[in-house]
Design a protein around this ligand. Sequence first.
Ligand code: HEC
Ligand code: HEC
Ligand code: HEC
Length: 159
Amino acid sequence: MKEMIHGIHASSIRTTDYEHVRDRSGGLYYNWSEVTFPNDIGNCLVCHDENTYDLPLAENVLMTTNRTTGVANGQDATTAAVRDARKTVPNATDWVITPATGACYSCHDSADNVAHMEALGGAIDKNRSDVLGYVENCVACHGPGSILPVGEVHTALNE
Ligand code: HEC
Ligand code: HEC
Ligand code: HEC
């Protein structure tokens, strides 16, 4: 949900189109890059209550399954193969995103941002089996009292 809502509304700052495919009517492709947001996308309080947009996340937040797939490279041969993979989630081959990184990456999606997050323990679209040992280290610099707290760097929050 967080990737989808952030991704759909953040076209003004994203560097790539937010896209997804839905298995309805034979498969529908969505591209959300034309959707604008009638407010400041950096103002988290437009959608969030206080204390729901900051780090650290709760300890039990799951990784996001961004692509359900039965093959490591994500290129299932048929729609039926994708449907089969959906019946066995979680699959070792699914593409996942680690929890804090997913929240940030869905707005901050540039190649530089990805490199930064992956260097500090985040994983984006990696096979589930490869991510088990990952520990995100974001709070040290983006948590309360750090150098760049989420609740302070988003400038609209301070106005
Ligand atoms: C367009 C509405 C919208 C805006 C604007 C928005 N968010 Fe979100 N955010 C959501 C939704 C919806 C969720 C998912 C909530 C859920 O799954 O219960 C979410 C989830 C999150 C989460 C995960 C929370 C958790 O407990 O796991 C974080 C972190 C987050 N947002 C950060 C931010 C930050 C930082 C900003 C501002 C820079 C922001 N969001 C702006 C809608 C928004
Ligand atoms: C050692 C400190 C440190 C850690 C740990 C860290 N960051 Fe950062 N982060 C920074 C600094 C410094 C910047 C500002 C870079 C700039 O302004 O060019 C930044 C910027 C960012 C930005 C904003 C980039 C932009 O568009 O300007 C995001 C998003 C981000 N970090 C996410 C994360 C995530 C997710 C993690 C954990 C996986 C993380 N960071 C861990 C220091 C850190
Ligand atoms: C809903 C979109 C959105 C989400 C989600 C979001 N940001 Fe941002 N972020 C922005 C925008 C827009 C700015 C530019 C400053 C502003 O307008 O508030 C920004 C600015 C920043 C900056 C300052 C960058 C600089 O160079 O000064 C940092 C650091 C940052 N974000 C980190 C994060 C981290 C860490 C997360 C995840 C917990 C996150 N952001 C989630 C939209 C978002």
